[in-house]
Design a protein around this ligand. Structure first.
Ligand SMILES: Nc1nc2c(ncn2[C@@H]2O[C@H](COP(=O)(O)OP(=O)(O)OP(=O)(O)O)[C@@H](O)[C@H]2O)c(=O)[nH]1
Ligand SMILES: [Mg+2]
Length: 301
């Protein structure tokens, strides 16, 4: 009789903001479950993503980038990421291999070293040029903690995803499949909808705007023919000047954000999407831990 035991367990990806953790999660899972941008602190809550193979079920835990916090939001993000270190089987320290190892990496690595989990060093962005040979970059990373395995990957090129899966599953215990085999993420649809909208704001804006944006999904409703989903959402910013930027002159920026988000939402939901997007001011919400929690960012989520 076929055994229902496989190699299974929880695998946290931690690292500095922008290291490439969420891009790696999407590449490993093979679908877009985590949002990605070139702005630091893109990920604001821990999320689980499931890689299911014939002989393993790997539950990836994507975490917010660890950084020096400046406000209540930043503190929540760090707490959320550090919490993930304490109750997983494997921790992957994700390093941007194109950037030199810095104080931030050493600080993150000290936390990784203190975790009881097995450890994998993942050097990502191997497709980017670097003046330092890869062997030297690997050696610099390996000095940060005691790792069971080291892998070099490019998540955007899909290079060596097998290497990560093999390294990680070799360190997992025998156990049950924790999630249904066809489930890609444990995120509720509504959360993913809000995140996909926030991602587009991050893509198209600069300076303080990406950090100041929170998205609330107010309503989602499918019409009777199940052909169209109506989504009503609010983009919150912290100041009137930011509201002006996100709306844009004559509403051009809001339209650009809405159009890009609608494309992703249609892929996610498998229906046409009618997106009604409002932009409102919630003054200094990032400093207010109750607001941070209400948006669903941080530890509890
Ligand atoms: N060239 C290249 N770029 C990458 C690779 N992986 C990620 N990136 C880019 O690096 C940037 C940050 O990627 P994310 O996946 O959002 O990084 P993150 O570690 O999740 O960041 P936070 O959520 O802010 O902690 C994005 O612009 C990605 O496109 C890679 O393998 N190669
Ligand atoms: Mg991320």
């Amino acid at each position: 009789m076929e055994s229902d035991q496989v190699r299974s367990g929880f695998v946290a990806l931690v690292g500095r903001p922008n290291a490439g953790k969420s891009t790696l999660v999407n590449a490993l899972v093979g679908s877009k479950v985590a949002i990605v941008s070139d702005k630091p602190q893109t990920t604001r809550h821990r999320l689980r993503a499931i890689v299911d193979t014939e002989d393993a079920q790997i539950v990836l835990v994507d975490t917010p980038g660890l950084h020096k916090p400046h406000d209540a939001l930043g503190e929540q993000l760090n707490r959320s990421a550090l919490h993930a270190l304490s109750d997983v089987d494997v921790v992957c320290l994700v390093l941007d291999s194109a950037a030199p190892v810095g104080t931030g990496d050493r600080w993150v690595a000290a936390h990784v070293a203190a975790s009881p989990a097995r450890k994998v060093l993942v050097l990502t962005k191997a497709d980017l040029p670097s003046p330092t040979p890869i062997e030297r970059r690997m050696a610099a990373g390996q000095e940060l903690a005691s790792f069971d395995e080291t892998v070099v990957v490019s998540a955007t090129e899909g290079f060596n995803m097998e290497g990560v899966l093999t390294a990680v599953s070799s360190l997992l215990p025998q156990g049950p499949r924790y999630f249904p085999r066809d489930m890609a993420t444990d995120q509720p649809e509504e959360v993913l909808i809000g995140e996909l909208i926030r991602e587009k704001v991050l893509w198209f804006t600069r300076d303080e705007i990406p950090h100041s944006v929170g998205v609330a999904v107010d309503e989602t409703r499918v019409d009777e023919s199940r052909e169209t989903t109506f989504v009503r959402a609010t983009v919150y910013v912290e100041h009137e000047s930011q509201q002006g930027i996100v709306v844009g002159s004559g509403g051009t920026m809001a339209k650009r954000i809405g159009t890009a988000a609608r494309g992703d939402l249609e892929t996610l939901l498998g229906t046409k999407v009618f997106l009604d997007l409002a932009v409102r001011v919630k003054r200094d919400w990032r400093r207010d831990s109750a607001m941070v929690e209400r948006f669903g960012y941080g530890e509890g989520s």
